[in-house]
Design a binder for this molecule. Structure first.
Ligand SMILES: *Cc1c(COP(=O)(O)O)cnc(C)c1O
Length: 395
């Protein structure tokens, strides 16, 4: 067998975690759809519980199909181990719940995925966990927010839907100097375009509902740890919290993952062309995309990422009403939240994904009423441009 860690990126995406089935010779990882696993005798059962035998016990604790996916994502992120979760939010909660105790403090990126912020403000606050949200585009704001009881710095870059970037290296140095761990939501970038563990971050998580699965048909999440001790600590929490994955779900996500490089490359080149098209269009006021020279952190994007991704936001002349005309009249693009699938999705964050946060918080996070979010897919880019040209003519 080839040593996969010696392979180049795209070969890793295709082969990571794919050991087939030694019993039948099946090339694809089989779906081991069993809740529990027979032990040969009492000693083997005891050895599995004690960790002396790594064989499976019970699917919430571990399952070969799920472990294949965990191995693959851990390899792509450069971590020592991963925990697959039922949803992206289950992954987020494993990290929060595992690392924050009563009286602890967390510092977060301001433009955080809506529910990742809401759950801190409405649930963890009930248990005495304090949270501060800062504009992390300037690492100084993270430094100023640190307190003696800050245990976790939780970052999202590129942020949703503002596409603001956070300097992972600078913020990690600040967090570690203050004795806090760092977790990065890497959903938008994927491990192909950004690997936070390489910048010293301790944890990285994904909503695999988005690019990693990539086909708009499964919800799923994962947490990857850089070091063994932190991996083991969170694994125990994750199993007992119960937001673990199902084997059939794992198989679907792993099938999606195997074409990640092809999908990301195509969506990204489509997005680059559309961003330039929109930027030059007289009816478009502004475009935010890390691949454009006009993005305020274009230099950081080039330093920290291997590509700008495929999500952008823009505003059209005529503000909210004109934006609605765009959203309501696209034909090839679909009006739906989410991103990272093979089809292009368009949505209005202020009234949809980010409707749950207050007007003042939206303003502070840069989510204006005219902001339209476009998650570019893998269609022919000329068909996407035709769709936009037609609706922009209507305003
Ligand atoms: C979708 C999303 C999540 C939550 O994931 P679910 O799979 O919907 O639970 C978390 N973070 C980001 C950046 C997301 O886009």
């Amino acid at each position: 067998m080839t040593d996969i860690s010696r392979l180049r990126r795209d070969s890793r995406v295709v082969h990571a975690g794919q050991h087939g089935d030694p019993r039948t010779g099946a090339v694809s990882v089989p779906i081991v759809q069993s809740s529990t696993f027979r032990f040969q005798n009492a000693d083997q059962g005891a050895d599995r519980f004690a960790g002396r035998d790594s064989g499976p016990i019970y699917t919430r604790i571990g399952n070969p199909t799920i472990q294949a996916l965990e191995e693959a994502v851990a390899l792509l992120e450069g971590g020592c181990g991963a925990m697959a979760a039922a949803t992206g939010m289950a992954a987020v909660n494993t990290v929060y719940f595992g690392l924050l105790s009563q009286g602890d403090h967390i510092v977060c990126t301001e433009a955080l995925y809506g529910p990742s912020r809401t759950v801190l403000e409405t649930q963890y606050s009930r248990f005495g966990v304090e949270s501060t949200f800062v504009d992390s585009t300037d690492p100084e704001n993270v430094r100023k927010a640190m307190r003696p009881n800050t245990r976790l710095v939780y970052l999202e870059t590129p942020a949703n839907p503002t596409l603001a970037l956070t300097d992972l290296k600078a913020c990690t140095e600040i967090a570690h100097a203050g004795g806090a761990l760092v977790c990065v939501d890497n959903t938008f970038a994927t491990p192909l375009l950004q690997r936070p563990l390489e910048f010293g971050c301790d944890l990285v998580l994904h909503s695999m509902t988005k690019y990693i699965n990539g086909h708009t048909d499964v919800v799923a999440g994962i947490v990857v740890a850089k070091e063994e001790a932190l991996y083991k600590r969170l694994l125990g929490v994750h199993r007992n919290l119960g937001g673990t994955m199902d084997p059939h779900q794992a198989w679907l996500v792993h099938r999606g993952l195997r074409t990640l490089h092809l999908r990301v490359e195509r969506a990204q080149s489509n997005a680059m062309e559309i961003a330039r098209y929109l930027e030059a269009h007289p009816k478009v006021d502004w475009v935010r995309f890390p691949g454009l020279e006009s993005h305020p952190q274009h230099a950081l994007a080039q330093r920290q990422m291997d590509g700008p991704g495929a999500v952008m936001s823009f505003g059209v002349t005529g503000g909210l009403e004109a934006g609605k005309t765009v959203i309501d009249n696209v034909q090839l693009m679909t009006l739906a939240v989410s991103l990272g699938g093979i089809e292009t999705l368009i949505e209005h964050p202020a009234s949809m994904t980010h409707a749950g946060i207050s007007k003042a918080e939206k303003a502070a996070a840069g989510i204006s009423d005219d902001l339209v979010r476009l998650a570019v897919g893998c269609e022919d880019v000329d068909d996407l441009k035709d769709d936009l040209a037609r609706v922009l003519d209507m305003i």
